[in-house]
Design a protein around this ligand. Structure first.
Ligand SMILES: C[S@@+](CC[C@H](N)C(=O)[O-])C[C@H]1O[C@@H](n2cnc3c(N)ncnc32)[C@H](O)[C@@H]1O
Length: 213
């Protein structure tokens, strides 16, 4: 879904950073070989993630929902030299694909993959984060937030993807639509929780930036 007219959307993309060659290759191979390629962040959002990470220059990053590794590499572009990016995905079939691209990037030694359910893995990570990207199953967003909030350094940033859910957040919600219901609660939580301040950006499918106070 385009939240601004398609022509203006193209103008925005054409006046932003180009997509690096490695990410173009990752994008192509995802579309050729992997199911549901539209899950990948893609050129414009990837450059936004990269820019945010470079502005923060984080030591430790957590990503919840790796898929084929596109956004992980974008986030790693801003990481400190000795920093660690921990990324979690429940789909073990994606592990080798992710590793191939992580090792082709300059950040292979910084990126640690975790395979399994993020709700179990996050509590086992004994470290603090400067940047977290939440981009996995929507019904668990409120749980992910509660699991990461006490692992954030002060001034750290939590990015939450797909918060507009293709516009469904302002439509009538079906009783069995657990993802939209969860996102409605989650978006409310992000505006009301006193531990953070948030801005929802209408980028792609909606990206909220929350700064930890
Ligand atoms: C939207 S995709 C991530 C896209 C990726 N961040 C990007 O921008 O390229 C969501 C991913 O979350 C993973 N996922 C879903 N439920 C999960 C869970 N409970 N724990 C960990 N990963 C999960 C899926 O396997 C999928 O690869």
């Amino acid at each position: 879904m385009h939240f601004i007219p398609e022509a203006l959307d193209s103008y925005v993309v054409n006046h932003s950073e180009k997509e690096p060659e490695l990410l173009q290759q990752l994008n192509r191979e995802t579309y050729q070989k992997i199911l549901q390629p539209r899950m990948l962040s893609g050129h414009y959002q990837g450059r936004v993630l990269s820019m945010i990470s470079k502005l923060i220059n984080p030591k430790n990053i957590l990503e919840i929902g790796t898929y084929t590794g596109y956004s992980a590499i974008c986030l790693a572009e801003g990481i400190q030299k000795e920093g660690e990016l921990h990324t979690i995905d429940i789909n073990e079939e994606l592990e080798d694909f992710q590793r191939k691209y992580f090792d082709l990037s300059p950040y292979g030694k910084n990126i640690y993959q975790h395979i399994g359910d993020a709700t179990s893995i996050i509590p086992s990570l004994d470290m603090k984060f400067d940047l977290v990207f939440i981009d996995a199953d929507k019904p668990n967003y409120p749980t992910y937030f509660e699991l990461v909030i006490n692992k954030m350094n002060s001034g750290g940033v939590i990015l939450s993807d797909n918060v507009l859910w293709n516009g469904k957040v302002i439509e009538k919600v079906d009783d069995d639509d657990l993802s939209t219901k969860a996102l409605l609660s989650y978006n409310k939580l992000l505006t009301e929780d006193k531990r953070i301040e948030s801005v929802l950006l209408p980028i792609r499918d909606g990206l909220t930036i929350s700064r930890v106070l």
